[in-house]
Write a protein that binds this ligand. Structure first.
Ligand code: F6R
Length: 242
């Protein structure tokens, strides 16, 4: 595990964007595993800036997103499809048919999970997976549990996740209670994993995930075992450990 300490959110975002753009330059048809939430927005902004300057080209890239809420239409401005288009895809030259996100409207849960895992496999797996970190240690929507779930599955969101994500909705009642998420195997089979974490409210999660035991009670802790995992975090998020 490598830890890259940054002064603040902007510096964290630039460093993470540097790693991603190096990946795209080295392998133009790479498969990027992408995340939503507040943590990667600055990274996406920096990549858009470099794309606009002609420094990075996404025309041959593929992307697979970690997760999607169950029940939201892709036109909903809370859906992760909308988030990705709005914060990244619409501003770069990635082909729409190269971008993949679980279909939150598929009521056949087992079929959707199988379809998504097959999709990832048919792309040859993930070259670089970008992650954020939940305050309860979740990655994707793999919530604290007694076991690690391997493949894509449908989860009941933890109360703490609903609470944390209500800021994106009109109220906590509007936050969907379930989501599709890639499983732990999907994530750790990525050749390279980069996590962006910022802010004091993540300091406990960073300590538990990367300086404590590997346990499904703190899903991100599994990344301690990944051969190419880089944590890019700001000083506030690292304050309990470095
Ligand atoms: C989102 C995702 C989540 C977030 C996590 C942190 O696709 O996979 O695991 O990365 O909830 O969210 P933020 O960045 O909003 O603090």
């Amino acid at each position: 595990m490598k830890i890259i300490k940054s002064k603040d959110y902007d510096q964290m975002s630039r460093k993470a964007a540097n790693i991603i753009s190096a990946q795209v330059i080295m392998k133009p048809d790479c498969v990027l595993g992408l995340a939503t939430g507040s943590s990667p927005i600055g990274t996406y902004r920096q990549l858009i800036d470099w794309y606009n300057k002609g420094d990075v080209d996404f025309s041959e890239c593929y992307s697979v997103n970690l997760d999607e809420y169950v029940g939201l239409d892709i036109t909903s401005d809370q859906s992760y499809v909308y988030f990705m288009r709005h914060n990244f895809f619409d501003a770069i030259n990635i082909r729409e048919d190269h971008t993949f996100i679980p279909n939150g409207k598929n009521t056949d849960v087992a079929a959707e999970c199988e379809r998504y895992d097959n999709q990832i496999a048919s792309l040859g797996g993930i070259d670089l997976q970008l992650l954020g970190l939940g305050r309860n240690g979740h990655i994707g929507f793999n919530e604290p549990d007694q076991v690690f779930t391997k493949g894509t599955h449908c989860v009941d969101l933890a109360e703490s996740t609903i609470e944390a994500n209500k800021r994106f909705f009109a109220s906590a009642d509007d936050v969907p209670r379930q989501a599709f998420t890639m499983g732990i195997c999907d994530i750790i089979q990525a050749k390279k994993v980069v996590m962006v974490v910022s802010g004091e409210d993540k300091a406990d999660a960073v300590q538990k995930a990367f300086f404590g035991p590997v346990t499904p009670e703190v899903p991100a802790s599994i990344l301690q075992l990944h051969p190419d995992f880089t944590l890019v975090a700001d000083e506030a998020a690292l304050k309990k450990v470095l």
